[in-house]
Design a protein around this ligand. Sequence first.
Ligand code: 13P
Ligand code: SF4
Length: 310
Amino acid sequence: TTDNKSLQQRLKALKEEKNAVILAHYYQEPDIQEVADFIGDSLELAKKAAQTSADIIVFAGVHFMAETAKILNPSKKVLLPDLNAGCSLAESCPPDAFQNIKSEYPDHVVVTYINCSAEIKAMSDLVCTSSNAEKIINSIPEEKEIIFAPDKNLGRYLIEKTGRNMLLWDGACIVHEAFSLDKLLELYKEHPSAMIIAHPESEDHILKTANYIGSTSGMLNFVKNSDHDTFIVATEAGILHQMQKDVPHKTLIPAPAKEDNTCACSECAFMKMNTLQKLYNCLEKETPEILLEESLMKKAHLPIQRMLEI
Ligand code: 13P
Ligand code: SF4
């Protein structure tokens, strides 16, 4: 709308004035993606956050992503438009319960998916994202046993890919667990030439149907480089904005969600808590800000740094 266009323009001016950078995940609403300086998947956003020379980072994503940006830039101001933008995976893994498991298996190497709180990162040996998880697991000496948290679906997928036996935390992404296998198969019957692509946070039965499994950026690259014309996309529907821009002539169909899901496709309600207006307000007022204790940031920085080095 014209209102949104003018808000985007004001946001751009404000950003210049304050030497701020807007980092956005592909799951953000299109209006936000359009105004971002950089759009990426979790790994690319962490890398970008580590390199920026801006004074203020406005993170258009969820809480654990903004926390990661803060841990990588303790002296910078990191803003998140809505502090309630959480994540079901991060929520599934409270520090006390995680400490209990760690104490039970003190010799295990602890690998955590980046979708967790700073406290959990601080208890980890290595952090990974969906695009480098296999590489990170393979970097651990064969004789070592591994605890993997919090995503059991990604964990199960990694056990299959790497052949490593890992102890899995029982967490899941509510968005990627919302896909209906029956409806997906029905849809595939209507489009038998389609390629099914899925994010590894999806359940095993969905992954078994997929022609390609990969992170958000992995899926975008796959669709761009594939000779196929039609794709059924099993991940958060926000990805379709950039994907359709990349391949305007290809047909992209969001994988259908189960009957009781609030949305016909899968949208992350946490990601969608950020709006263009909230993004503007948060940069203007420089709040809400991510604030973390110095000692916590130091501890959480190590496993992230190790990941970036691998
Ligand atoms: P990636 O950006 O690593 O693909 O992760 C997807 C996701 O669910 C982010 O919350
Ligand atoms: Fe968390 Fe899933 Fe939302 Fe990503 S899509 S932020 S993993 S709930």
